[in-house]
Design a binder for this molecule. Structure first.
Ligand SMILES: Nc1ncnc2c1ncn2[C@@H]1O[C@H](COP(=O)(O)OP(=O)(O)OP(=O)(O)O)[C@@H](O)[C@H]1O
Ligand SMILES: Nc1nc2c(ncn2[C@@H]2O[C@H](COP(=O)(O)O)[C@@H](O)[C@H]2O)c(=O)[nH]1
Length: 196
């Protein structure tokens, strides 16, 4: 069993769908040498999604078996689909990289924070509804999917004030710069960000 070290950091990116959590997490993660811990889900992959990259896509039986074996640190049902992150996956990735990130909704963020306490840092990424709607339309999300995402918008936004860091993601380069600098200055100390 991997024991967390004081300097191990688990960043949790949360906020409404379409805010840009994945985009900014990946960009900062690449710069700072952090790796994502991928969730397992029973939902069907969307056209551009890749198994093992966006999610581990599994059947309900496989998911239920892992749940029965207490492999997930948290399980959630969203719109009829199950999602979970395995504790062992977090431990393995931390062991290799010392810093990991997860992309979760507010319930996952809360659960991971409770479990890992000071090793866990919640980063809230948001944009206004109109901006998010435009992004989702532009990436080709169906009207049904957009409606589903929007039905969770207010409840996800309500979690903003409980997070350790909050970024409004309008200009992408600006957000990624601020985010990378914040993570580097406060937690990782890789001194990679150009301070000019
Ligand atoms: N600052 C930005 N300006 C313009 N487009 C952006 C910006 N940030 C992200 N995007 C685009 O918005 C879309 C949603 O981004 P992303 O997938 O990162 O969001 P998310 O919060 O992870 O939500 P989801 O889980 O629904 O994918 C993508 O097409 C991405 O390229
Ligand atoms: N609490 C958890 N939330 C998760 C997990 N994996 C993903 N998510 C979040 O769920 C919604 C819906 O995701 P979608 O890909 O189906 O649109 C989104 O906010 C994800 O970030 C998890 O393991 N636990």
């Amino acid at each position: 069993m991997y024991e967390l070290k004081e300097h191990d950091v688990i960043f949790i990116f949360t906020g409404p769908n379409g805010a840009g959590r994945k985009t900014v997490a990946q960009m900062s993660g690449d710069t700072l040498g952090m790796k994502q811990v991928i969730s397992y889900t029973t939902r069907t992959p969307r056209s551009a999604e890749v198994d093992g990259q966006d999610y581990h896509f599994v059947t309900r039986d496989v998911f239920a078996e892992a749940q029965k074996n207490n492999e997930f640190i948290e399980v959630i049902e969203i719109d009829g689909n199950y999602y979970g992150v395995k504790g062992q996956d977090i431990a393995n990735t931390l062991h290799k990289h010392g810093a990991v990130y997860l992309i979760l909704n507010r319930f996952g963020a809360e659960a991971v924070k409770k479990l890992y306490d000071t090793n866990a840092v919640r980063i809230f990424i948001y944009a206004d509804k109109k901006t998010i709607l435009k992004r989702e339309e532009e990436r080709g999300d169906s009207p049904e999917l957009i409606e589903r995402y929007m039905s969770h918008f207010e409840e996800e936004m309500a979690y903003k004030d409980q997070c350790e860091h909050v970024f409004e993601n309008l200009d992408l380069a600006h957000t990624v710069f601020d985010l990378t600098k914040t993570l580097d200055d406060n937690y990782l100390h890789r001194n990679l960000v150009d301070k000019d």
